[in-house]
Write a protein that binds this ligand. Structure first.
Ligand SMILES: Cc1cc2nc3c(=O)[nH]c(=O)nc-3n(C[C@H](O)[C@H](O)[C@H](O)COP(=O)(O)OP(=O)(O)OC[C@H]3O[C@@H](n4cnc5c(N)ncnc54)[C@H](O)[C@@H]3O)c2cc1C
Length: 256
């Protein structure tokens, strides 16, 4: 359990902001790169200070849930977008979806000195060494993970990347990636689809390269489950070559 504080809050585009957390306790974070995930703890509205769990085994969740709401922090999953160990800083990139849900609202109002905590959960991007190319697919919630995966990838990586974002102004023009990577940006731009639907339908229709490929897909739960079903049933992809992670559920608040 690592207690930190907000160092900076940098708005990136209409639907993204980067909250930089820092503190000497980051000495204890083992950097893994790629889609390294943390549980992020932050105070509820009106709480003074942050009550972090003290247990670092699976019992921390029970410890949090046993706290009365007046002292219980919010807990959400986020990706370490960048880690600068020499500066004792990590960046977390939030996809903003309105100002009312706990994490989205906290990210909008986070100011230097605000307390926050993290608990390392490791990575899920574990490609086999003999895949000819990678298929990376996500909605805005998975954009930080996919960009971090591309930044840590070997120069030899060949990948087709499908990234759905709320609008054209959220497209990044400065993405560092190996030469063999093609990014297909998919802005929804007000079309009335649920997040993830555009990415799913686009990949279903796409002409994909030949050869064994590793898939990593994350986002609104219907995107990873729908894409896995399509790849297995329609393209004959072995189940073991697909990592699929539901990051959030439309219309449902995360537990915690
Ligand atoms: C391993 C993992 C890594 C993740 N990494 C990141 C990351 O780096 N950056 C990031 O932004 N998200 C990331 N997420 C997703 C994030 O945890 C969820 O979006 C989370 O639900 C946001 O919490 P909240 O309090 O804002 O909304 P909640 O209280 O969980 O939900 C409230 C309402 O908001 C809606 N909602 C929740 N998330 C979204 C969304 N992303 N887009 C649109 N509507 C939404 C829900 O449908 C619900 O109606 C990750 C999730 C996982 C599992």
């Amino acid at each position: 359990m690592i207690t930190l504080e907000v160092v900076r809050n940098t708005r990136l585009s209409p639907h993204f902001t980067t909250v930089t957390l820092g503190g000497p306790a980051l000495e204890r974070l083992r950097p893994m790169g790629f889609d390294q995930t943390v549980r992020l703890f932050f105070p509820r509205d009106g709480q003074i200070g942050l009550r972090m769990p003290t247990l670092s085994n699976e019992a921390w969740m029970a410890q949090v849930l046993l706290l009365p709401k007046s002292r219980r922090p919010w807990v959400r999953n986020y990706t370490i977008r960048r880690f600068r160990p020499e500066a004792y800083e990590v960046d977390i990139e939030f996809a903003l979806h309105g100002g009312t849900s706990p994490a989205s609202a906290w990210a909008l109002r986070a100011r230097p000195g605000d307390p926050a905590g993290i608990f390392d959960m490791g990575i899920s991007y574990l490609p086999p060494s003999d895949a000819a190319w990678h298929l990376l697919v996500g909605d805005e919630s998975a954009l930080p993970a996919i960009l971090a995966i591309l930044e840590h990838a070997p120069a030899s990586l060949v990948a087709e990347v499908f990234l759905e974002v709320p609008e054209t102004a959220d497209i990044r023009t400065d993405v560092a990636h190996p030469q063999g990577v093609r990014i297909h940006w998919l802005p929804r731009d007000g079309t009335a689809t649920t997040p993830g639907e555009l990415a799913l339908e686009t990949v279903k229709r796409a002409a994909l390269p030949a050869g064994r490929f590793y898939t990593w897909v994350a986002g609104e739960s219907r995107l990873p489950t729908g894409l896995r079903r399509h790849l297995v049933n329609d393209r004959g992809t072995p189940r073991g070559d697909i990592a699929f992670i539901g990051y959030w559920r439309h219309g449902r608040s995360s537990p915690g």
